[in-house]
Structure formats: C-alpha cells, structure tokens
Write a protein that binds this ligand. Sequence first.
Ligand code: KG4
Ligand code: ZN
Length: 329
Amino acid sequence: MIILGIESSCDETAIALVKNGTELIAHNIHSQTKLHREFGGVVPELASRQHVESIHPLLIKTLEEGKLSLNDIDAVAVTQGPGLEGALLVGITTAKNIAFLLNKPLIAVNHLVGHIYAHYLTDTPPKFPYMALLVSGGHTQLVHCIDHGKYELVSATRDDACGEAFDKVAKLLGLGYPGGPVIEKLAKEGNQTAFKFPIALPASLEFSFSGLKTAVLQTVKNTPNYKAADVAASFQYCVIQTLLKKSLKACNEYKCNRLVLCGGVVANRTLVQSFQDTCSKKTIHCHSLQPVLSTDNAAMIASAAFFNQEHLLEKKQLNTLSPKPSFQL
Ligand code: KG4
Ligand code: ZN
C-alpha cells in the first residue's frame, strides 16, 4: 500500500511517498527557516503563503523521484493538527483535492502521533509497549504507547515546550532562530557546570520550562561579561537532565524498558548521546532518530496513517475531515 503523506503544520512543507508504513520511496522537505529568521520566530501568515508556493512543486518533485504517478497512490494522509491553522489548511486542501479527484481515501493524522511513527521508518522500529518522549517546538509529552491506536498521555508541559525554550533562550542570547541547532553548536565550546539551573517539578512527571527561561534571563542580566557558550551549555545540560530524569521515572512507573525519542529536539546529538549512555546503564533500550526524521517531515505522517488506518475513521467517512483530529493523544 503506497501512501502519499503531506505535512504543513508549521514552517516546513513536506511531501513523502511511503510503502506499507515502513519503506520510504521518496520524500522532500522545504524549510522556511530563512524566511522567518529575521523575525526571530515563525510568522503564521508568511508561513501559509510560503506553503502555497512550495507544496505543488514539492509534490511533482517527490513523484518524479519516486518514479510514480498520482494514480499509483492508494491513499492520501495529511497532518490535521495541531499546528498553525492557515498553514494546516494548505496541506489539508491539497490532500482533499487529490483524494477527491482520484477517489482515494483521505486519512487525517495527528501531528504528534506522526512524530512517534517516524520510528517505523527506521531499521529497528520499537516493539510495544514503549514510552515515547515527544519533544518539539510546540509540545513536550511522555506518551505510553500500548499498541497502534492505543496511546496514553502520561504527562505534558504546564507552560513552554522544550523546543520553544531552546528558541527563546537563543533569542535572549542574540543567537538567532531556530534556537536548538545554534544552542547545541555553541554549547560545545562552553562549560555545562558554569551555571546551575534548576530542574522544574523534580518529583513530578510533568514538565515546565518557563522558570528555566527566566533563570537564564536573570543570570544573563546579573552576570557581567558572561560567556554565552557557558550559558548555552548549562541551559542545555539542565534541559537534558530534566528530560532524562522524567523519562526514566515514567519508564519505571509504567514498567517499560523501551524509551522512544521523537520530535525536533531529538535532532540534538548531545541529548541523544546522554540518553543512550544513561539508558544502557539501566538496561532500557533507547530508540533515537536521525535528525531528518525527528524534525517535521511527511514520511512520519504517511507511516502513522498506514499503521493506524483501522483505528481511524470508517472508510466511508475518510473523505471528510472533522474539526477534531481523528485520533488524539
Ligand atoms: O518537531 P519540530 O520540527 O516542529 C514542531 O512540531 O514543533 O521541532 C522544532 C523544534 C524547534 O523548537 C527547534 O529549536 C528544535 O526543534 N530543535 C532543536 C534542535 N534542532 C531543532 N532543539 C535542540 N537541539 C537541536 N539540535
Ligand atoms: Zn513537529
């Protein structure tokens, strides 16, 4: 079964062709980073307009690379949310048109579930049950994954998402957008113990990153001649320790020995290395991802659609997208 995946929830337009949920035939991502950089964050209206310009050429390119025509596709999968409304609308409208014209099923996918399914495109997809740590620009969650279509939300952030904290700290250090990659690069030159930032809600599985952001701001204000690399390294260290502590606690509480890392922040190799080192000592199997599959892409959307189709809408309803995601965390 070949699924055409479409993703446009934020600042990446992405198209993918995936066979049987696991085999990546072709995929392309158009990142809008350059467009939004001068504003220090994603400007929703600009994002929507750019999606409109990018989506069609990207579709043609992906079909050409996959040596397929639209007629070879069995179903169309699209990110239904969460995301920027105008941006989502571009992908959803494109997907609806293709599905309608070809009379093919249309499968609506929750973006967060999509991030988890990026792992089914790797050589070692995780076996159920597992604990997923989902860390992106908009969300930070621990999700207990019991089976396809059976996800239990364990905890989430009370305020800022983890990726958002990277972006805001980078902004206050004057490092530009997006913050994650620049903080990670600068942190390599810094001392991670130079500043001691606190882990929020240490006894809880819930997350909170707004206090950390304020702590970084106060440190910068009160430390003349601070070294930005030291701040970046200490901040990143605190984030990694926070995520590690809560993920291990969740694995312990849910008696899970498989931890699955997903979402854009997992592009951070320092984070992945810390998780792998710690998990190996605790006999927890840690699944990580290559950066291109951890940040937003359409292959994960097609994969999630394949594995969850029976849990989604009835076939007759597939061509209607309700305002609510067809399955939610
Ligand atoms: O999953 P994603 O591509 O989009 C959302 O669904 O939000 O995640 C984007 C987030 C941004 O906040 C970005 O700063 C962060 O992922 N990110 C990173 C790194 N690369 C991207 N955070 C830390 N280290 C990185 N190397
Ligand atoms: Zn995402």
